[in-house]
Write a protein that binds this ligand. Structure first.
Ligand SMILES: NC(=O)c1ccc[n+]([C@@H]2O[C@H](COP(=O)([O-])OP(=O)(O)OC[C@H]3O[C@@H](n4cnc5c(N)ncnc54)[C@H](OP(=O)(O)O)[C@@H]3O)[C@@H](O)[C@H]2O)c1
Length: 330
C-alpha cells in the first residue's frame, strides 16, 4: 500500500474558510540533504490568514499549502544527512507550508528543540516569541527597570513581550481593549495593564508616576498607535509589527519635529532569512531556556485536527479569543 498524507491546499486567494480544501498527497520522499518531518502542531497566525486572503507581501505560487510555523518529529533522513537523528523534535522554516501531515525539508533549515518543551509550545516559538525577543533587544538599549509600552498586549506576541520583559526585569505598560484581561495579564507579569482610550496618555502618566518610556510596540495601528506614540519621551522609538485594526499610522509632524520620535518596523521572516545559523541559534537559546522552565508559554484556545481546517481558520479569524487556534496532528 502506498503511504499518503493529507494537506490543506488553496488554489485561489479568498476567505480562508471558503478556499481551503484538504487534499491527499503522496508521502514525501526526502532528497539526499532533506529530512521528512511528521507534523505535531502548527498555529494559525494572522499572517497565515492574510497570506491565504492574498493580503500578504509574499504570494506563493498556487496551489499552495499554508502555514508559516510549526513543529514536528523527524521520521526519515536523506542519504547525506548527518546533523539530525530520527525522533528529534524540530521547528520548521517559514516557507514550507506546515499545514500538512508530513513534509520533506532541507535538514540544515530545521532547528532541533531541546528536551522538556512540549511540541505544541515548540510549534509557536519561532514567530511571536522570536519577534518579542528582537523587539526588546534591537531598537532601544533597555536596562533593568526601564519601561516600555505596547498595545494588543493580550495577543500571543504581546504576552511573549510581557513574559520576556519580566524575565529581563524591564517594566511593561500593557494596553488592551477589554477590562476582563487586566488581572490575567498582571498575573502573567505585566506591571501595568490599562484600557485603550482617549485618556491613555494621562492614565499612563498616573500609573507609572511619570516614568520615562523610550520604547513603544505597536501591532494595532490607527489611533491606538498614535496614542502609544504620545506616551513616549522625546527621542523615543515606536516599533510597528502588526496592523490588527487594518488602519494606517497617522503621525502628526509635531511628533517628528518637537519630539524627534523614531518610527521603525520589524518583519521577523526577513530577520530570520538574513540571520546566520549561529545568530538564529543565539536567538532561540534563551527562548528554549525560558520555555523549558515554563516561563514562556503560549495560550491555546482550541486545537483542531487538520480535517477541520475550515472551522479552525474561521475560529482563528474571530477576535476576543483567550489564546491561539492551532492544528494538532496525530
Ligand atoms: N512583523 C512581524 O514579523 C510579526 C511577527 C509576529 C506577529 N506579528 C503581528 O502581530 C500581530 C499579533 O499577532 P498574534 O499572533 O500575537 O495575534 P493574536 O494572538 O491572534 O492576537 C490578536 C490581537 O489583536 C487584537 N485585535 C484584533 N482585532 C483588533 C482591532 N480591530 N483593533 C485592535 N486590536 C485588535 C486582539 O484583541 P482582542 O483579544 O481584544 O480581540 C488580540 O490582542 C498580528 O498583526 C501579527 O501579524 C508580526
Amino acid at each position: 500500500m502506498n503511504k499518503s498524507i493529507n494537506a490543506a491546499v488553496y488554489e485561489k486567494h479568498g476567505n480562508p474558510a471558503d478556499v481551503l480544501q484538504i487534499e491527499s498527497r503522496p508521502w514525501p520522499v526526502p532528497a539526499a540533504d532533506e529530512a521528512v518531518v511528521k507534523m505535531r502542531a502548527a498555529p494559525i497566525n494572522p499572517a497565515d490568514l492574510n497570506q491565504i486572503e492574498g493580503k500578504y507581501p509574499v504570494r506563493p505560487e498556487l496551489p499552495a499549502t499554508p502555514g508559516f510555523e510549526g513543529a514536528g518529529v523527524v521520521v526519515e533522513l536523506g542519504a547525506e544527512v548527518k546533523s539530525l537523528t530520527t525522533g528529534a523534535l524540530v521547528i520548521l522554516p517559514h516557507n514550507v507550508g506546515t499545514w500538512r501531515d508530513a513534509v520533506a525539508v532541507k535538514a540544515e533549515e530545521l532547528v532541533v528543540v531541546p528536551d522538556g518543551i512540549a511540541p505544541v509550545q515548540a510549534a509557536m516559538l519561532k514567530i511571536n516569541p522570536l519577534t518579542a525577543w528582537r523587539l526588546l533587544h534591537d531598537y532601544v538599549d533597555l536596562q533593568k527597570g526601564d519601561w516600555l509600552i505596547q498595545n494588543a498586549a493580550n495577543s500571543a506576541a504581546g504576552r511573549d513581550v510581557i513574559q520576556i520583559a519580566h524575565e529581563l526585569a524591564y517594566k511593561t505598560v500593557n494596553i488592551v481593549r477589554r477590562a476582563e484581561l487586566i488581572d490575567e495579564l498582571r498575573a502573567e507579569g505585566g506591571d501595568i495593564v490599562l484600557i485603550d482610550g482617549e485618556s491613555l496618555r494621562e492614565d499612563v502618566k498616573n500609573a507609572t508616576r511619570g516614568a520615562s518610556i523610550r520604547l513603544g510596540l505597536n501591532s494595532v495601528g490607527g489611533d491606538s498607535a498614535l496614542r502609544l506614540a504620545n506616551c513616549l519621551v522625546p527621542g523615543g522609538t515606536l516599533v510597528s509589527f502588526g496592523a490588527m485594526s487594518l488602519q494606517p499610522l497617522k503621525i502628526p509632524t509635531g511628533l517628528l519635529i518637537f519630539k524627534d520620535l523614531r518610527f521603525r518596523g520589524i518583519w521577523i521572516n526577513k530577520w530570520y532569512d538574513n540571520a546566520t545559523p549561529s545568530e538564529r541559534m543565539e536567538a532561540f537559546r534563551p527562548l528554549f531556556e525560558m520555555a523549558r522552565r515554563g516561563l514562556l508559554k503560549t495560550r491555546v484556545e482550541k486545537a483542531y485536527p487538520l480535517s477541520e481546517v475550515k472551522a479552525a481558520v474561521a475560529h482563528a479569524a474571530q477576535s476576543k479569543r483567550s489564546g491561539k487556534i492551532i492544528l494538532e496532528f496525530e
